[in-house]
Structures are given as structure tokens and as C-alpha cells.
Design a protein around this ligand. Structure first.
Ligand SMILES: NC(=O)c1ccc[n+]([C@@H]2O[C@H](COP(=O)([O-])OP(=O)(O)OC[C@H]3O[C@@H](n4cnc5c(N)ncnc54)[C@H](O)[C@@H]3O)[C@@H](O)[C@H]2O)c1
Length: 260
């Protein structure tokens, strides 16, 4: 049997109750990590922690609005208290708001930036005292293909994902000397509740998905596990030497401006 890649590691996963974050929690637990799932979706997060337990893994759910500093600090403290340390932070929480800029309110903008960007600042800030105790530690942030290219009718989301990539680089530079590696995964179209919500804004969601997939060379939506596998790679020594960069998992979406 292959050795577990995350044996002895503790991972805190922001936005871990659903979609990509849930896949990360399940994969990391299967690879031997003890995982703390932090999310606002309480019943979903609690059920995921139980499911991981039933599968033989170790997980706790900690209710947490990742945009609120006191909640993030308490959630990370709970993970450390429960599991005795912290080596890995994965920031998966995200929201999308579909509207053109002129239809946005200041509150819409602030709320999205709080969840998608400020959350990373808060999680890393409050995890750092623990992360620094390890010879090696890992921050994995979920950006998007929108970290690189524009996306219509989502000005705050697109701006937030550019910021996630740059923040990942900044963290990499400032804490490399502490043995911390920070990287950003940039998923393309991935079949999660967020994608389904985004598509529901179109008159015909199935047609909208088919139209979008025509621009994906592999022709399919990514699955949450595809992104989780990339997160696993960046959260262990399989990726030693890699920091301050991005890993695009998009079925080829950003590879070309035009293709047939
Ligand atoms: N699905 C895609 O096509 C796609 C593509 C590129 C990037 N992403 C990114 O992947 C990440 C995960 O999204 P997903 O597609 O799995 O969607 P999802 O909606 O299934 O998961 C997002 C999670 O974030 C949580 N969350 C939202 N606000 C929160 C808050 N204030 N505090 C704590 N948790 C909060 C939600 O409860 C949910 O569990 C996001 O950052 C998203 O922007 C998704």
C-alpha cells in the first residue's frame, strides 16, 4: 500500500463544506491528514466531518465566516487545540455575484472581496504563528482562470481572483524563510454548486453550460476532485521547490485564444 502523503499533518480548510473545499477535505483526510473544515454552511459541514469519520479519517467542523477576523482566529485556534498543530491552510471559500458593475452596490463589492480575498489575509495571519513552528508548511489558495482572463458580468469576482494570485505570491516571498510555500490553483469550469448557481442566472442553464464547454479543449467540466488532487500536490513535498506560482486546472481553457 502506498504511504499516505499527509500522514501527521493538520489542514485547515476555509470554505470546506461544499464543492472544491469538500473534495479537498475528503482527499486530504484519505491521505492521512486531520482536517478542520471551516464554513458558514453548518449542517453540510457537520455531515462532511461525520462522513470523513465514517471513512476512517479525522475531521472536525468549525462554523466560521471566513471574512470575520474573530471567527477565523477562533476557528484556527480550535483546529490547533483539537489536533495539536497546523501545517496546511487551504483557502477555498468563494462567492460569485453576477451583475455588471453599474448594478453593484458598495455592499455587494465589499461582501465579495471579504469572502474571496480578505479571508486569505485573515487565515494566513492567524495561522502563521502555528505554521512557523514547522520546518515546512503550506498555503494553497483557490484562484480561477479569472486570475488571468476577464469574465463578463462578474467585475468583483474577476478582480478578486486576480488579487488571490498576487496575494499568493506576496505570501510566498514574505514567508519562504520560514519554510512556508504558498501557491494558487486556478480552476476552470468546475462542476460545483457555485457553477450551478452561476448558470442558473442564464435563461437556459444547460445550453449555457454546453456553450461554455465548447471553449474547453477537453470538452468537459472539471470535477472537484481534479482540483483537490492539485491541492494535494501543492500541500506536500511532491511539489518541493514550488512557491509563489499558479497551477491552472482548466481542461485547456486558457491555453489558446482560438482553436477548433
Ligand atoms: N466552480 C467553478 O467553476 C470555479 C472555477 C474557478 C474557481 N472557483 C473557486 O473555487 C472555490 C470553491 O468554489 P466551489 O466552486 O467549490 O463553490 P461552492 O459554492 O461549492 O463552495 C464555496 C464554499 O465557500 C463557502 N463560503 C462562502 N462564503 C463563506 C464565508 N463567508 N465563510 C465561510 N465559507 C464561505 C460556501 O459555504 C461553500 O462551502 C471558490 O474560491 C471559487 O471562486 C470555482
Amino acid at each position: 500500500m502506498a504511504a499516505e502523503k499527509l500522514a501527521g499533518q493538520v489542514a485547515w480548510i476555509g470554505g470546506g463544506a461544499s464543492g472544491i473545499g469538500a473534495a479537498v477535505a475528503e482527499l486530504f483526510a484519505a491521505e492521512g491528514a486531520r482536517v478542520a473544515i471551516a464554513d458558514v454552511q453548518v449542517p453540510l459541514g457537520e455531515e462532511l466531518a461525520r462522513r470523513i469519520g465514517r471513512a476512517g479519517g479525522q475531521a472536525i467542523f468549525t462554523p466560521c465566516d471566513v471574512a470575520q477576523e474573530t471567527e477565523v482566529r477562533a476557528s484556527i485556534e480550535q483546529a490547533v487545540e483539537q489536533f495539536g498543530g497546523l501545517q496546511i491552510v487551504v483557502n477555498c471559500a468563494g462567492v460569485v455575484h453576477v451583475a455588471k458593475l453599474d448594478a453593484y452596490s458598495s455592499d455587494d463589492w465589499d461582501q465579495l472581496m471579504g469572502v474571496n480575498v480578505k479571508s486569505i489575509f485573515l487565515a494566513v495571519k492567524h495561522a502563521l504563528p502555528e505554521l512557523r513552528k514547522n520546518r515546512r508548511s503550506y498555503v494553497v489558495n483557490i484562484g480561477s482562470v479569472s486570475s488571468f482572463v476577464g469574465q463578463a458580468s462578474t467585475p468583483a469576482y474577476t478582480a478578486s481572483k486576480g488579487a488571490v494570485l498576487q496575494l499568493s505570491r506576496s505570501i510566498a516571498l514574505d514567508y519562504a524563510a520560514d519554510g512556508l510555500r504558498s501557491n494558487c490553483i486556478c480552476p476552470g469550469i468546475t462542476d460545483t454548486p457555485m457553477l450551478r448557481y452561476h448558470l442558473s442566472k442564464a435563461p437556459d442553464p444547460d445550453a449555457a453550460l454546453a456553450e461554455r464547454l465548447r471553449r474547453v479543449p477537453l470538452g468537459v467540466a472539471m470535477l472537484p476532485i481534479d482540483i483537490a488532487k492539485a491541492a494535494l500536490y501543492l500541500a506536500c513535498e511532491d511539489s518541493s521547490g514550488i512557491t509563489g506560482t499558479s497551477l491552472v486546472v482548466d481542461g485547456g481553457y486558457t491555453a489558446a485564444a482560438e482553436w477548433k
